[in-house]
Design a protein around this ligand. Structure first.
Ligand SMILES: [Zn+2]
Length: 145
């Protein structure tokens, strides 16, 4: 049986130098593909490059809720560029209200845009939800299937 790691962050500077080793160990464990999620505009290109360099890496592009404060004024265009240029999924995105000082409205706005793109482009979406389940369910009910 072959497996897919549906959520990892191979652009992480703590592990990026060991990608060939990670790929080898994944292969030994029958992990055929690894879905590597970007988390902010700054790592979109690195995530794309990893998917070009390693056949087993499938990219996802998105803004993680922890990093909505880092978005540029062109974040939507950049996200769409990567989604249209690479066979990819969307994410990591979502909402996380663990930090009481987080900008909840910004997280919801950014997450909603990812949801709309996922539907329009018919792409899978990697969603992070922590301490925000009521809001998450409300958004899904509001936006529909
Ligand atoms: Zn993650």
């Amino acid at each position: 049986m072959n497996f897919i790691d549906s959520h990892c962050h191979l652009h992480d500077p703590r592990i990026i130098s060991d990608i060939p080793g990670i790929e080898d160990r994944a292969s030994i464990a029958n992990v055929q593909y690894m879905v590597s999620c970007a988390t902010m505009e700054d790592n979109f290109e690195l995530t794309a490059q990893l998917s070009k360099d390693f056949q087993s890496i499938l990219p996802c592009f998105g803004i993680h809720p922890w990093f909505v404060g880092s978005i540029s004024s062109q974040w939507k265009e950049r996200l769409e560029h990567y989604l249209l240029t690479y066979p990819s999924g969307i994410g990591e995105t979502g909402i996380d209200f663990t930090d009481k000082t987080c900008d909840r409205e910004a997280q919801i706005k950014v997450f909603l845009h990812h949801l709309i793109l996922a539907r329009e482009l018919e792409r899978p979406i990697n969603i992070h939800v922590r301490n925000a389940w009521d809001t998450f369910i409300h958004i899904l009910k509001k936006t529909g299937k």
